[in-house]
Every structure is written in structure tokens, then in C-alpha cells.
Write a protein that binds this ligand. Structure first.
Ligand code: UDP
Length: 337
């Protein structure tokens, strides 16, 4: 099959990170073809290419037809369940969905001789940090089914790529945050579990308070430290990774973060400054499975991909998320392609 050089299949392209990747692809002249069940994603978030509302593996035949029609040069695979707590409560759901969807896609890529696969991985594959910042050499010991399911797919990719049928980039995200700077797309989860949108909901009066999960961690102020990366920067790294593996025909496993950690208390303080709102705060119990500190060493990604994240400060990341929260998404209309 001759590939169409600018067609890229994006699974989960109606979701938070996937939709930003579609925008980044579009900005670089690609056509993102979205496959998304819309169980968690949103039709309004698909603005830069066609949407096929299909499930893995149930709609394998229909998805085959999408490969046949568009002859993609590559696949970006975001579609997955990603809530750590839920994965502990319902591990089979995570193993079944996250692994089956990847296998289904890889088989179709083999069938259509589509060689370039970008995988949405996570810093959860490292488990408890033995040192920070975490580089790619850090031992891999995921501690929850979500992280384990992502690591299993990485293992499948390592084996499959040895057959020379694909090249892949596995991108291990730290904490994606923020929104498109022009409020075209942004974060919208139901239920919301992530820190920054929950803080902003408390600031906007849409929630009574923000609960701080744990105050006696071994960190300077006792609360967990995370590395928050702007979703636009994250999305751009995906396009760079795709172009890299196409050009070099090599695999990549890269950490994507900023390399700077903020505690939960610090995030709340910055959100107060950005929003100029009171943010009622309740100190509560630890959430199971939360490592105290996760901060990336992003040097390898920066060097290999020539990637320079634009938004290095948390103020801007929170400002963009806040501006997005003011947006009325009921006014968004469906785009036709
Ligand atoms: N967190 C919190 N209260 C909340 C949600 C999150 O204190 O309502 C903390 C959580 O314990 C973690 C950090 O905020 O230390 C980031 O959590 P999030 O769920 O946003 O991302 P994760 O790091 O779990 O992927």
C-alpha cells in the first residue's frame, strides 16, 4: 500500500491530549484522522480532521476500512483508560482495553504496511521514584494496573519492532495540564480527578473546596510534588517524534516533562494568584498509590527531538486552563470533513 504522506490516524483524538495532538499535526500540514469511541472523548474536540466513532476491538473491520481509505503514514495511539484508582479497582477493564486496542492497531498496521507508531505512555511505568529527576534509565517497576498495562504495550512494541515491521516512539508523560492558548480545546473529564482543573473548579465556585491528598509526605511542605507540562508542548513533541522515527527509522522511549516540580500546596498558591479567587482547601488523607515525587529529566527528549517546551512556568499553564474553564462548550459546533 502506498501511504499518504500527510495522513495520520489518531486514536483517542477526541480526548484531552489526543485533540491537542490533532491540532499540532494540522499545524504541521498533516491530516489527523480520529478514531474515538466517544465514551470519554468529545465530538466538539475533533476540529482538524474526520471522526470515526469506533470501539476497539469490536469495530476492527470498520477500522480496517479507515486504514484502507486513508493509507496513513503513521498512527498516534492515545485511546486508553487512564485513571490509576479505577485501574486498581477494576484491573481487567484496564488490561483488556489498553492492551487489546494496541494489539488490534498493530495488526492493522502490519496488514497495511503502516510503519510508524506513536504510543501514549506514562511516567507511571517507573513506579516509586528511586531518584529524581527521573531519566529513561530509571528502573521500571509500575505499581498499579494502569502503569503495568502501559508497560506491557511497551514490551509488545519492543518485540514487534524487532521484526522491522514498525518503528515506534513511546512517550512517557508526566502531568499534562493547561489548554490551547486560544481556548479552541481543553480538558473536560467526567468525573474530573486531576489536580489543576479541580483547583480551578473550587476557584470558580463549581466545587466547595479542593482536597489536598496527604500532608505528611517526605517533601519540603509535606504535599506531593509533580511535574506539570503544558498540553500544547506535549502535543508538539508527538509530531516531532513522528517525524524523527519516519526519518531515522529508529525507536524512541522518552520522558516528557518540564523538569521542574511543584507541590500540591504550591499549585494552589499559584492558582490563587492567577485567578485572584479564594480557593477553599481541605487537608485530607493520602490517595492510595500516589508516589511522593515525580519529576522528569527531559534532557533526552529535548536533545533528540530538538524540542523546546514553550511554557516553562506554571502560571501560564494554569492561566490557560482557567481561560478554558470560562469557555461555553455548548456553543461549539460539529465540523464536517
Ligand atoms: N491531588 C490532590 N487533590 C485532588 C487531586 C489530586 O491533592 O483532588 C494530588 C495528587 O495526590 C497528586 C497531584 O495532586 O499528588 C496530582 O494528581 P493528578 O490526579 O492531577 O495527577 P497524577 O499525578 O495522579 O497523574
Amino acid at each position: 500500500m502506498d501511504t499518504q504522506q500527510n495522513n495520520v490516524i489518531v486514536t483517542g483524538g477526541a480526548g484531552y491530549i489526543g485533540s491537542h495532538a490533532c491540532k499540532a499535526l494540522h499545524d504541521k500540514g498533516y491530516l489527523p484522522i480520529v478514531i474515538d469511541s466517544l465514551e470519554l472523548g468529545h465530538e466538539w474536540a475533533v476540529q482538524w480532521g474526520p471522526l470515526f466513532s469506533y470501539h476497539f476491538p469490536k469495530n476492527e473491520n470498520e477500522i480496517r476500512q479507515v486504514f484502507q481509505t486513508y493509507k496513513p503514514i503513521g498512527v498516534m495511539h492515545f485511546a486508553a483508560y487512564s485513571a490509576v484508582g479505577e485501574s486498581v479497582a477494576n484491573p481487567l477493564k484496564y488490561y483488556e482495553n489498553n492492551i487489546q486496542s494496541s494489539l488490534c492497531l498493530l495488526k492493522l498496521m502490519q496488514e497495511f504496511d503502516c510503519k510508524n507508531f506513536i504510543f501514549s505512555s506514562t511516567c507511571s511505568i517507573y513506579g516509586e521514584a528511586q531518584y529524581v529527576p527521573l531519566d529513561e534509565m530509571h528502573p521500571i517497576q509500575p505499581v498499579n494496573p494502569y502503569g503495568k498495562s502501559k508497560r506491557m504495550v511497551e514490551t509488545i512494541l519492543q518485540d514487534f519492532s524487532k521484526t522491522k515491521k514498525i518503528n515506534y516512539a513511546s512517550l512517557r508523560y508526566f502531568n499534562a495540564a493547561g489548554a490551547n492558548e486560544n481556548q479552541l480545546i481543553g480538558e473536560q473529564h467526567t468525573p474530573e480527578t486531576h489536580l489543576i482543573p479541580l483547583i480551578l473548579m473550587a476557584a470558580a465556585g463549581k466545587k466547595d473546596c479542593i482536597k489536598v491528598f496527604g500532608t505528611n509526605y517526605d517533601t519540603p511542605d509535606g504535599t506531593c510534588i509533580r511535574d506539570y507540562i503544558h498540553v500544547t508542548d506535549l502535543a508538539e513533541a508527538h509530531v516531532k517524534a513522528l517525524e524523527y522515527i519516519i526519518e531515522k527509522q529508529e525507536n524512541l522511549e522518552l520522558n516528557l516533562g518540564i523538569g521542574k516540580g511543584y507541590s500540591v500546596k504550591e499549585v494552589i498558591e499559584i492558582a490563587k494568584q492567577v485567578t485572584q479567587k479564594n480557593i477553599p482547601t481541605l487537608y485530607s488523607e493520602k490517595r492510595e498509590g500516589d508516589p511522593p515525587v515525580l519529576v522528569a529529566n527531559p534532557s533526552l527528549a529535548k536533545k533528540i527531538l530538538n524540542w523546546n517546551p514553550r511554557y516553562q512556568d506554571l502560571e501560564t499553564i494554569i492561566l490557560h486552563a482557567w481561560q478554558w474553564m470560562q469557555k461555553d462548550i455548548s456553543t461549539f459546533s460539529k465540523k464536517e470533513f
